[in-house]
Design a protein around this ligand. Sequence first.
Ligand code: PGA
Ligand code: ZN
Length: 425
Amino acid sequence: MGDEMHAIIKRIAAREILDSRGNPTIEVEVTAKGKAAGFGRAAAPSGASKGKHEVVAFSEGGVGASVKAVKKLVTAKLLGVAVDDQEKVDSLLHEADGTSNFSKIGGNAAVAVSMAVAKAAASAHGMPLFKYLGGERATRLPYPLGNVLGGGAHAGKMAPDIQEFIAMPVGAKKFVDAVFANTRVHKRVRALIEARDKTFTGGKGDEGAWAPNLDNLTALEVVSKACENIRDEVGFEVRPALDIAASSLYDDKKRAYIYGREGKSRDTGEQIDFVVGLVDKYKLFYVEDPLQEEDFDGFAELTKKIGRRCLICGDDLFVTNVARIQKGIKAGAANAVLIKPNQIGTLTDTLKAVQLAKKHGRVPVISHRSGETVDETIAHLAVGWGCPIIKTGAVGGERIAKLNELIRIEEELGKNAKMGDLTWK
Ligand code: PGA
Ligand code: ZN
């Protein structure tokens, strides 16, 4: 876009708002005026099991300091710029910050500005964001990975060590059927937990997944059983998946993965064997971060072993960073790439990560964070950029904000709507 300067950025406002954990985060509003007028509002999420190589979330001094930085450093640069020149806006964000990791203004401030600008531009063009980003080709809905049971950094100490046990409705023909399959799995998981643990109080972790007092294998049994039950009820395939978030388990000094809940420790070889065993026994469709964030070789070995029958996705490994994704492509590490805009700070950088992944047959998986707001931007990114999978929870207001937006998009696309392409190299 950007060929016609029909609206320029006139106003940028930033404020501190709540996220789903009750922590402060940043929200930004952008107003554009000219031949057309536009308005966009976006908020940044935040992680609990952040990758070491992510950009810095907020300025030194926290969210308030980032809000001030938007006012002091960003606004002056962006006023008067064509609202639909996203690349220029994003390069000016880098310039305003002046560091390599957004430590001055905060990556969360950058991403909120970047997304609000895109939304204002779409609004000035009189289009929904997904169409503004993807044009007529933007007709494919993503398959939703629904987190239904969890532990790790998202829940208490008695919950499983593995961070997320996920449902993946791979056989769904429509997005709306896919998300309702996930919520059915979520409900069934509760019933199956209660059958095993009479003391279960219905506790949930940060993303609305049940957080029971179960060991990892029992939890996986439960989720796998629930997926099978619901598959039989809805008549299409629903497969289990995991986010192991292995960096959270890894002890650098011991060079081992510590499963505290089970009193077990696994070295890299044992971890790889463990994951291969789980993939084969439970027919896992997808495993995220099976190894710690520096272990490109381990990822490559695992991908070689099971990458034909399972998606191996790098989150903390890649942190939506083109240089790290490139390194992964060279090494054959992973066949899917998690895409979190606030790990890298701008939409332009995020899009480059998506394009690089796709060019090499890696599946881009657009994702929420554990701390979220009702911002629905990632739903539009999934359709606009053609990401065949979205990971954004199964229940809870800040999760359904994205899922319900995708239901609306599917309805708007009508008979042109298709599900994403789940093939990979
Ligand atoms: P987060 O991580 O808590 O950093 O958002 C979620 C994930 O590991 O995918
Ligand atoms: Zn993850």
